[in-house]
Design a protein around this ligand. Structure first.
Ligand code: SAM
Length: 283
């Protein structure tokens, strides 16, 4: 079934009386080379369970099912479930679940997968919630091997940014803490139906797992500090942390920042991952 063919996508959608739902970020892939490239990049061997977020009509899902042991696909749009039953009827290694990835209990949905071997994430992400999805994956302590995702090009720039620029933010620091991000592919907007307004990139984050080179004393607190540092970007780091942690005396935050050799008016985007680890250990 050539689901990437635009005419097939439109035919299937009209066969089931559906239209593309903008509120769910539905831009379906129509380039077979791009689909193969993302699926190939997800994991180096077939013995892997893949978590796919947002299978749509099953285009990438089929490519993943032909390469890997098992695919668990979470789709929020209930009206696409009968479509997926139809397009994936010859893929016995795919389990489709009607669920919102943001509220889903990934540990229990993927328990069998983690018990059986490596688990990797592979998805053409809905752009309206790229950031919360990635933060959920990066902040969870589930042992994913890697996260290979299609995101807006600007978002890929943020994931791979160096400290100091406006692209550098909480997502950059969280990704650098958990793994190493690399841009694999630029994908023009016309490779989707309907075409989004901007181009996209495929990014792979290879996760360190238990071999993280830098580790804070308290991981949950580290993520809170990182989120707080970028929550109000116009504020200095000290003021941003003071409003996020009202119980903490401002002088103590200031002392912690100075002890790292940073100026009192420094902003979050200047701090390296090492700085954030040290800061979260000290405040
Ligand atoms: N994988 C398909 C493809 O590449 O053609 C579709 C990708 S489309 C960009 C994003 C998909 O994510 C849509 O099917 C959409 O309904 C689904 N989706 C949106 N929000 C979601 C959520 N919170 N949880 C799970 N799926 C979601």
């Amino acid at each position: 079934m050539e689901l990437y063919d635009i005419r097939t996508v439109r035919r299937i959608m009209s066969m089931f009386g559906l239209s593309f739902r903008k509120e769910f970020g539905q831009n379906f892939l129509t380039d077979p080379d791009v689909i193969d490239a993302i699926a190939d990049a997800a994991f180096p061997s077939p013995d892997c369970t893949i978590l796919e977020i947002g299978p749509g009509i099953g285009t990438l899902t089929r490519a993943l099912a032909s390469r890997y042991r098992r695919v668990v696909a979470l789709e929020i749009d209930r009206s696409l479930i009968p479509v997926l039953d139809y397009t994936l009827s010859d893929c016995p290694n795919v389990t489709v679940i009607n669920a919102d990835v943001l509220s889903a209990d990934l540990a229990s949905l993927l328990a069998d997968g983690f018990a059986a071997g490596p688990v990797a994430v592979c998805a053409n992400l809905p752009y309206y919630i790229t950031s919360p999805i990635l933060m959920k994956l990066l902040e969870s302590d589930l042992p994913f091997a890697s996260v290979t995702v299609m995101v807006q090009k600007e978002f890929a720039d943020r994931l791979c940014a160096a400290p100091g620029g406006k692209e550098y933010g909480a997502i950059t620091v969280s990704a650098a803490y958990r793994g190493s991000a690399e841009r694999l592919l630029l994908v023009p907007a016309d490779r989707f139906v309907p075409a989004p307004k901007v181009d996209s990139s495929v990014v792979r984050i290879s996760l360190f797992g238990s071999r993280k080179p830098l580790v804070p004393r308290n991981e949950e607190h580290f993520f809170r500090v990182v989120r707080a540092a970028f929550a109000q970007r116009r504020k200095t780091l000290v003021n941003a942390l003071a409003s996020a942690f009202p119980d903490l005396p401002k002088e103590q935050i200031l002392a912690a920042v100075s002890s790292l050799g940073l100026p009192p008016d420094v902003r979050g985007e200047r701090l390296s991952l090492q700085n954030f680890i040290d800061l979260s250990d000290r405040v």
